[in-house]
Design a protein around this ligand. Structure first.
Ligand SMILES: [Zn+2]
Ligand SMILES: [Zn+2]
Length: 106
């Protein structure tokens, strides 16, 4: 499952923060292998043009929490595609994850 949440990184629990970060790397892997990410774009799960920016945000938050990051972002070609509904994602995280729910209340 490849999915960018695009919500405030401070409000992501450890699992979801590290998960989204890992999925960004997987997404770039798919792009570089020429695998289609059309389904993810159509379902509003990724924003190709925001991968680099989002990776910076997540790494910054990981550093703040003292998590290790030793995986530089590989080069890849980005382009404008995908539109994520951040408000819906915030709601979904709170609904499905107890830890994210705790952080949302802070
Ligand atoms: Zn990374
Ligand atoms: Zn969570």
């Amino acid at each position: 499952m490849t999915r960018m949440w695009m919500t405030n990184p401070k409000k992501l629990c450890r699992q979801h923060l590290l998960g989204e970060h890992k999925e960004l790397h997987q997404l770039i892997g798919s792009l570089n292998k020429g695998k289609s990410v059309k389904g993810h774009i159509e379902k509003g799960q990724v924003e190709i043009h925001n991968i680099k920016k989002r990776h910076k945000q997540l790494v910054k938050e990981m550093a703040r929490r003292g998590y290790k990051h030793n995986s530089p972002l590989p080069k890849f070609k980005d382009y404008k595609a995908g539109k994520i509904n951040i408000f819906e994602n915030e709601k979904e995280l709170v609904r499905r994850c107890k830890e994210c729910r705790k952080l949302a209340k802070k």
